[in-house]
Design a protein around this ligand. Structure first.
Ligand code: PLP
Length: 398
């Protein structure tokens, strides 16, 4: 059988294959410090699970509307108004199976074959694959580590052609931890409006901010950018609800309606009981997000202190999200236990032999880098970095 050319054009997820290797080692009772996990290590708060269980008991186990239940759409509107200064009504909101599905369905509903999508690199693993699946063409905006891995308005402007449909913006950023300032967003918004494209603003890490950094939703800047933005968010990272698969997007009514129609023929409405759990998460005013962010900030500082003791590894301090993106290319071309380390995949593979798991940067479009996630307890971070340094010491010139 001939498979779909689009399906064959995509790469399987590197994060999943690293996780599979870690699981394999754990089964063999080997201890691994895993810096490769892209989800909070905290449990879902009890008040959310309680509401979900109540919804199950109340019989919310049947088909639900494709674009989401009204109470959740209303809760999303309230949240976006209060926290992001965005005025949407329920017809603008589409509830999706996580942010992943929000982005995929937006691309699928807007792209025609050959339309170009500007993706800042390094990027979250799934963006290029989703663009390809939707028939689009990726145009990478190559950023510089010296500029904190951020795109500039000029760079975006220089990449726009008559075929460009949209830009995917992700702040706070996975994998770099970059957070765009208000001024930077204003400049990027100006280009989007002037060149008449739209932007998908992926804000899933908005609550994970360190130091004085603040999050701004690009759509809130003015009316013109508001109408050209699809704001994407999810409860996965914020409320440790990755397995619930609840996300959402906010867009103009026509687009929201189109995406809902596509959804009605793909996954349909996501599990209603999970959506009720999400309503509780958004409505109940708890300090959960703030508290977990403070824990991550402490872990971030531990990891940065450890990295500062590690020779010839270069990184930018993350201002948001929960990752450090580190350049380890100084060690490429050296050998470890007789194996030549020629790129980030070799590096991550050999490091795993020392009981430390990281994600190779090639998955994010940067082979010189590795990504370390600090969703790991402080003592584990220290142990992992001790092993990391031992590993580097074992590397030999060839
Ligand atoms: N966007 C970014 C930048 C991510 O890092 C992730 C998950 O790792 C997602 C979206 C997907 O989130 P969700 O679990 O809500 O689908």
């Amino acid at each position: 059988m001939n498979y779909s050319a689009k399906a064959l054009s995509i790469n399987p997820s590197v994060t999943l294959s690293v996780s599979a290797k870690v699981e394999e080692l754990k089964k063999q009772r080997k201890h691994v410090v895993s810096f490769c996990i892209g989800e909070p290590d905290f449990s879902t708060p009890e008040f959310i699970n309680e509401q979900t269980k109540r919804a199950l008991d109340d019989g919310f186990t049947k088909y639900s509307p494709a674009s989401g239940i009204l109470p959740l759409k209303q809760a999303v509107c309230e949240k976006l108004k209060k926290e992001n200064n965005l005025n949407y009504s329920p017809e603008n909101i589409v509830v999706t199976a996580g942010a992943k599905s929000a982005i995929f369905h937006t691309l699928f509903s807007t792209l025609n074959d050959g339309d170009e999508v500007v993706i800042p690199a390094p990027y979250w693993i799934s963006y290029p694959e989703m663009v390809k699946l939707a028939g689009g063409k990726c145009v990478f905006a190559e950023t510089d580590a010296k500029n904190g891995h951020k795109i500039t308005a000029e760079l975006v402007d220089s990449l726009i052609t008559s075929k460009t449909k949209c830009l995917i913006l992700n702040s706070p950023n996975n994998p770099s931890g970059a957070v765009y300032t208000l001024q930077e967003l204003k400049e990027i918004a100006e280009v989007i409006v002037n060149r008449d494209i739209f932007v998908i603003s992926d804000e899933v890490y908005e609550k994970f901010l360190y130091g004085d950094n603040q999050h701004f939703s690009i759509a809130a800047l003015n009316e013109e950018i508001f109408s050209r933005t699809v704001t994407v968010n999810s409860l996965s990272k914020t409320y440790s609800m990755t397995g619930y698969r609840v996300g959402y997007l906010a867009a103009d009514k026509m687009l929201a309606k189109t995406i809902s129609a596509v959804l009605s023929h793909s996954i349909g409405g996501i599990a209603a009981f999970g959506q009720y759990g999400a309503v509780a998460a958004l409505k109940e005013d708890t300090d959960y997000c703030l508290n977990s962010c403070r824990v991550y900030e402490k872990r971030r500082n531990v990891l940065l202190a450890e990295l500062s003791k590690t020779e010839n590894v270069f990184y930018t301090e993350p201002n948001g999200a929960f990752y450090v993106f580190a350049d380890v290319s100084y060690y490429y071309g050296k050998s470890y236990n007789g194996r030549i380390v020629s790129g980030s995949e070799d590096f991550a593979d050999c490091l795993l032999d020392e009981g430390v798991a990281v994600v190779p940067g090639i998955a994010f479009g940067r082979d010189s880098f590795i990504r370390l996630s600090f969703t790991v307890e402080e003592d584990e971070i220290r142990l992992g970095m001790q092993r990391f340094r031992n590993f580097l010491k074992k590397m030999r010139n060839i």
